[in-house]
Design a binder for this molecule. Structure first.
Ligand code: K2U
Ligand code: ZN
Length: 164
């Protein structure tokens, strides 16, 4: 297994739209394995392929207490249910920044596993929030995009300064 480099905002590659996975092979399984290792090491509870500069529709999530219940979603498609609820979010691609984002309380995920087999999962709570956050990454969207332009510009300036 390998640790992958996580891209940091305002890297333009984080804004690329991921493409559907069409080949379910050992390379895909290795990527998912490396993404999980990278996520656990960060530490984090979710990671999208976009964040490691792979523009494929693949996300990994593990919100379990002992980090032993990984979920792998290939080509995830979400159906959101319920009125939006605000919650504190962070992002491995926006280090050190936490702010409120409103998300749907329930989500139905239609996805494929690493063999290409389709499945459906009903998620709520932190799992539902994390899945919505990761699927935003596949669209090139970051949680800071939900904040005011004033906050976003200040965050971008701060991260550019840290990188310099
Ligand atoms: O996409 C990512 O950067 C992973 C996020 C997932 C996440 C964002 C917002 C709300 C829940 C999950 C990282 O895991 S952020 C770091 C973190 C770590 C533990 C708990 C919550 C957030
Ligand atoms: Zn993120």
């Amino acid at each position: 297994m390998s640790l992958l480099e996580i891209l940091h905002h305002p890297d333009a590659r984080l804004r690329l739209k991921a493409k559907p996975v069409t080949t379910f092979d050992a390379a895909l399984a290795k990527l998912a394995e490396d993404m999980l290792e990278t996520m656990y090491a960060a530490p984090g509870i979710g990671l999208a392929a976009t964040q490691v500069n792979v523009q494929q529709r693949l996300i990994v999530v593990d919100v379990s207490e002992h980090q032993d219940q990984p979920h792998i979603f290939v080509n995830p498609a979400l159906t959101l249910q319920g009125s939006l609820v605000p919650g504190e979010e962070g992002c491995l691609s926006v280090p050190g920044v936490y702010d409120a984002v409103a998300r749907a309380p329930q989500v139905t995920v239609e996805a494929q596993d690493l063999t290409g087999k389709a499945f459906t999962l009903e998620a709520e709570g932190m799992l539902g929030v994390c899945i919505q956050h990761e699927c935003d990454h596949l669209e090139g969207k970051l949680f800071v995009d939900y904040l005011s332009s004033l906050k976003r510009n200040r965050i971008t300036k701060q991260l550019k300064k840290q990188k310099a």
